[in-house]
Ligand binder design. Structure first.
Ligand code: PHB
Length: 394
């Protein structure tokens, strides 16, 4: 058995685990990050693509803004489409100059992995059979196998950054967590297409045929989504059907044209809202998807994970520097205030923009009235905008 010792053992090298390791290292706190997937897998997996203003600022603050500034796309607004008309929400104007950055999650992951390796700090990939132990003691342990060797990490704290299907949340004894959950009766068919985006900003479109979102990854690559049924068969969606649906659902009066091109990848995203609370048990702290899930409408998932990590990093820092545990004790309550607001926003955007099964004409008019309100009232537009660019951290 190979035994290692560190201050914070981090399970999971997604954006949460890697960002945590980075923030801790800057504060002089040691950590070891373990990940069951390969480096290649986490650096290539297509996930979210939008960073809130606060996350953009944080990337700069921690010295990781260079590549983001070079290849990321700064957006100062979005378009909402319904009833064959488009309406721009000007975030910069509505929020006092804030915006978002279109920069893919796996690019953030690449930057963080590179920084970790450059610093010579421990990051182990392809570990197997990870388990956490004695989490309600002051000496929690993580065990796993790495390159055929049985390993153990002795630490002061464990950060569960291992996602919704990870081992950390289930390690909390039964009866401790309360789960709040909602499943939506639809999913997103996502495509990555080799074609320049047809608009400079993201377009969220509601139509009687369902929701569609036009996003992008670069000036040459579009990322597009269509509302479909939860158990949709991707093989039933050849390229022509995808483009026909995208076109019909985002059609406007006038001359807007959707460019099409080769489809590089297709995937299906289930939609759910999920919160497990508290986000802590003993010396195990849950961050990101390990504790909560939002439906992707509004792009809050990654941003929320980073917000959790920031709260936890500050609390650990206070523990080691001042010997105070108040912030650690308040971690769950502090993080959950933001979590619930992001849950509300994501649920609201999802509800406003999707067709629900068996929706009648009254339901249809509720969507239209809400969208009309959001795009014609400055107060309502500001409420959307300030959530989209990210509520204040503290
Ligand atoms: C994306 O580009 O993947 C994306 C953008 C905005 C969303 C969700 C996903 O609301």
């Amino acid at each position: 058995m190979m035994t290692m010792r560190t201050q914070v053992g981090i399970v999971g090298a997604g954006p949460a685990g890697l960002m945590l390791a980075h923030l801790l290292r800057r504060a002089g706190i040691d950590s070891i990050v373990i990940e069951n997937r390969s480096r290649r897998y986490i650096e290539e997996r297509i996930r979210a693509g939008v960073l809130e203003q606060g996350v953009v600022d944080l990337m700069h603050e921690i010295g990781l803004g260079a590549r983001m500034d070079r290849v990321g796309l700064v957006h100062r607004g979005i378009e909402l489409r319904f009833d064959r008309r488009g309406h721009r929400l000007d975030f910069a104007d509505l929020t006092g100059g804030k915006g978002i950055m279109v920069y893919a999650q796996h690019e953030v992951v690449k930057d963080l992995v590179q920084a970790r390796l450059d610093a010579g700090a421990p990051l182990l990939f392809e570990v197997e059979d990870t388990a956490v132990h004695e989490i309600d003691s002051t000496r929690p342990r993580i065990t796993f196998r790495h390159q055929d060797e049985e390993c153990e990490i002795l630490c002061d704290f464990i950060a569960g950054c291992d996602g919704f299907h990870g081992v950390c949340r289930p390690a909390i004894p039964p009866g401790v967590l309360t789960v709040h959950e909602r499943h939506y009766p639809f999913a997103w068919l996502g495509v990555l297409a080799q074609v320049a985006p047809s608009a400079d900003e993201l377009i969220y479109a509601y139509s009687e045929r369902g929701f569609t979102l036009h996003s992008m990854r670069s000036p040459e690559i579009s990322r597009l989504y269509l509302q479909v049924t939860p158990d949709e068969d991707l093989d039933a969606w050849p390229a022509e059907r995808i483009w026909e649906n995208l076109r019909a659902r985002s059609a406007v009066n006038g001359s807007w044209h959707l460019r099409d091109g080769p489809i590089l990848q297709k995937d299906l995203t289930r939609m759910r809202s999920f919160v497990a609370e508290p986000m802590q048990y003993g010396r195990l702290f849950l961050m990101g998807d390990a504790a909560h899930i939002v439906p992707p409408t509004g792009a809050k998932g990654l941003n929320l994970a980073i917000a959790d990590v920031r709260v936890f990093a500050r609390a650990v820092e206070e523990f080691y520097k001042a010997g105070a545990s108040d912030k650690l004790a308040a971690y769950s309550a502090t993080a959950l205030r933001r979590v619930w607001k992001a849950e509300r926003f994501s649920w609201w955007m999802t509800s406003m923009l999707h067709r629900f099964p068996d929706e009648d004409s009254f339901g249809h008019h509720m969507h239209l009235a809400e969208l009309d309100y959001v795009t014609s009232s400055r107060a309502a537009a500001t409420a959307l905008a300030e959530n989209y660019v990210g509520l204040p951290w503290d």
